[in-house]
Write a protein that binds this ligand. Structure first.
Ligand SMILES: Nc1ncnc2c1ncn2[C@@H]1O[C@H](COP(=O)(O)OP(=O)(O)OP(=O)(O)O)[C@@H](O)[C@H]1O
Length: 240
């Protein structure tokens, strides 16, 4: 579960990027839609502490009983428990090249597993298993740059999921993908056991979530059933 408690984000120049928002996100699959620059990425980045709230707080409830969550049931605070939150909440960026930095595919997965597996042999075995799960084991020794866009996005998701986060946040995961890979990545994200937050301009994908937030001018303009949220967003755009 993810809680926004009157969380706001104000830029250095004093401009409000996100007005105070309170939300309890308990559904397994949440989509976030809205215009360019409306504040979707900022909302998503608050969840794993990539952006810190200027006021209020954001907490994630992992059920693991660590950090401030221990005994209190109040959840991990994205600022006070930053390290634990980043372990619990995986983040996949739009552009896989932003997070795939090692020479080969397997080395990228191994890098993300460095905390989980100190032993090199165990780390390699776990990395291979993670690649295998996504049909990428055959690419293990390849350069990341020799993968297609869809394969790179799959790999980016695989490297994050290898660490078994409790929550996965994806910021426009299908933007760079063709129709087929959009379908593959969408099906994958929607079938994960984790709680998943998908920021997307793909309204078909957004409509397959359990709950959809429409962000507009730094506020939640609609929060509810996905088909109704998409209709609300379309009406909003048509009215402009
Ligand atoms: N660090 C920052 N300092 C100043 N302004 C910022 C900062 N980060 C984001 N903004 C501004 O806040 C607004 C919201 O940005 P955000 O990236 O959250 O939008 P978005 O809805 O994800 O947009 P897109 O769909 O284009 O990715 C934009 O106007 C952006 O320029």
């Amino acid at each position: 579960m993810i809680s926004f408690n009157q969380a706001s984000v104000v830029a250095h120049d004093g401009a409000t990027i996100l007005h105070p928002v309170s939300l309890r996100l308990t559904e397994q699959r949440i989509s976030v839609i809205g215009a360019n620059g409306s504040g979707k990425s900022t909302l998503a980045r608050l969840i794993n502490g990539l952006v810190e709230p200027s006021s209020g707080s954001v907490t994630v409830h992992t059920g693991t009983g660590t950090g401030t969550d221990a005994g209190t049931g109040t959840g991990l605070d994205t600022v006070a428990d930053g390290a634990a939150v980043r372990r619990a909440v995986g983040f996949v960026f739009t552009d896989p090249s932003a997070q795939l930095i090692m020479p080969t595919v397997i080395e990228d997965v191994e890098l993300s597993l460095r905390r989980e597996h100190r032993d090199a042999g165990a780390r390699r075995a776990a990395a291979l298993a993670a690649l295998d799960r996504f049909g990428l084991a055959g690419f293990a020794e390849r350069s990341v740059h020799a993968l297609s866009g869809g394969q790179q996005q799959l790999l980016a998701i695989a490297t994050v999921l290898a660490t078994e986060p409790r929550i996965l946040i994806t910021d426009e995961p299908t933007t760079l993908l063709d129709l087929r890979n959009t379908g593959i990545i969408g099906d994958l994200l929607l079938s994960l056991p984790q709680q998943v937050v998908i920021v997307t301009h793909n309204l078909e994908l957004a409509a397959r979530a359990d709950r959809t937030l429409v962000v507009s001018d730094g506020r939640i303009a609609f929060d509810g059933e996905p088909a109704a949220a998409v209709a609300h967003y379309r009406e909003r755009v048509a009215a402009q």
